[in-house]
Ligand binder design. Sequence first.
Ligand code: GRF
Length: 183
Amino acid sequence: MKKIAVFASGNGSNFQVIAEQFPVEFVFSDHRDAYVLERAEKLGVTAYAFELKEFDNKAAYEEAIVALLEKYDIDLVCLAGYMKIVGPTLLAAYEGRIINIHPAYLPEFPGAHGIEDAWEAGVAQSGVTIHWVDSGVDTGKIIKQVRVPRLPDDTIESFEARIHEAEYQLYSQVLDSLGVERK
Ligand code: GRF
């Protein structure tokens, strides 16, 4: 059975949808006050949180993450709103076993504001992408992506909500396709 961990920095709605359908060994947050930790508690999922600033440098921070991944024998790391760039230490240990979800149709609108950037560009459609993580920002090999239309009467809020709905469906589909067993 493939064991997964989810990394999330804030809200954690993607984590919640994943954890409702798939066994999650643990969730990790790089913010001790992230709402995702409350979601984990309600769902009975083990959670860990520590912050980069608590370590001497990013390598030491990522060594602590790698130790957790090894302790739980994790096969696949699922980034879901993890707002840090994966550094060389974590990549050296886990490259090829880390996936990320991005709220745009890569290579369109990479970076931290994929939804807002697509909205401001006035596109007729954006999308959602799940990709393997490499050393770039949202550059890794694409696993699966889906288009999401911008409708004539959309506000940024309704557009964003439609993107998130597409994210929840796409993550589950990709985990199925990668052979992660459901609960
Ligand atoms: C998602 O839109 C994800 O694609 C992006 O950050 C957002 C996280 O949302 N990278 P949530 O924390 O899963 O609610």
